[in-house]
Design a protein around this ligand. Structure first.
Ligand code: HEC
Length: 205
């Protein structure tokens, strides 16, 4: 009589454990050793207080539901969106915003593509620049002021997670954000995307 693997609970448990252990060794374990090294090779810069607030606006409006921030290393993606993401780009991303659905284009390198004026006009009225666009307008963001009282606290929390903010940067955070609107912050965030990781602006042209 031959042993029937498909009916053996013991074989199922052993094989499942083997697959899980293999995945852990190959995917999870290397991360523990690589992470400290990433900071030394990364060109990523921590967000300024205004950019950081803009990132929170980006999340609050669900921009990440329609836009990815993950350029894969495939020719079609490189041609359209520029430099592909690298592991070390995301050392200050808490939480990451790679997204999973591209209803609109990828925004990883969008800071190199347009001017600030273009971004403001597009956010206020996307169809005025791209008539066939299905992106909703976000005009009111330019009428709502930011809450500067909690910017420093956000930076302190990020510092605990390893983002190297200096004491004076945190002390001046409220001053930098004061009087700005949510729209101003969002534009500052968009204009920062891809800029630090590109040594050469021509990469995207
Ligand atoms: C319903 C899905 C949807 C949502 C939500 C959305 N977008 Fe878009 N977005 C699009 C589409 C579709 C396009 C392409 C047409 C266009 O340029 O308007 C686009 C284009 C863009 C572009 C220009 C990209 C390029 O390479 O030309 C930027 C920048 C952008 N969106 C930012 C944002 C931001 C910031 C938010 C959140 C405040 C947002 N989008 C929310 C669908 C969306």
């Amino acid at each position: 009589m031959t042993f029937n693997f498909t009916k053996s609970v013991v074989a199922f448990v052993i094989v499942s454990f083997g697959v899980a252990a293999f995945s852990f060794v190959v995917w999870v374990l290397p991360g523990f050793f690589v992470t400290p090294h990433l900071a030394t090779i990364s060109d990523a810069k921590p967000y300024s207080p205004l950019e950081l607030e803009g990132r929170d606006v980006y999340m609050s409006q669900g921009c990440h539901v329609c836009h990815t921030q993950m350029v894969r290393n495939l020719e079609a993606e490189r041609l359209r969106y520029g430099r592909p993401n690298k592991m070390e780009d995301d050392i200050y991303e808490h939480t990451f915003l790679w997204g999973s659905s591209r209803i609109g284009p990828d925004l990883t390198n969008i800071g190199l593509k347009y001017t600030e004026d273009w971004q403001i006009q597009h956010l206020k009225d996307p169809q005025s620049l791209v008539p066939e666009s299905i992106m909703p307008p976000f005009k009111w963001l330019f009428e709502q002021p930011l809450d500067s009282a909690i910017t420093a606290k956000k930076m302190q929390a990020l510092r605990k997670l390893g983002v190297p903010y200096h004491d004076d940067e945190i002390a001046n955070a409220a001053q930098e954000v004061k009087g700005k609107t949510k729209g101003d912050a969002l534009v500052a965030y968009l204009m920062s995307l891809g800029v630090d990781t590109h040594k050469n602006k021509k990469d995207l042209q």
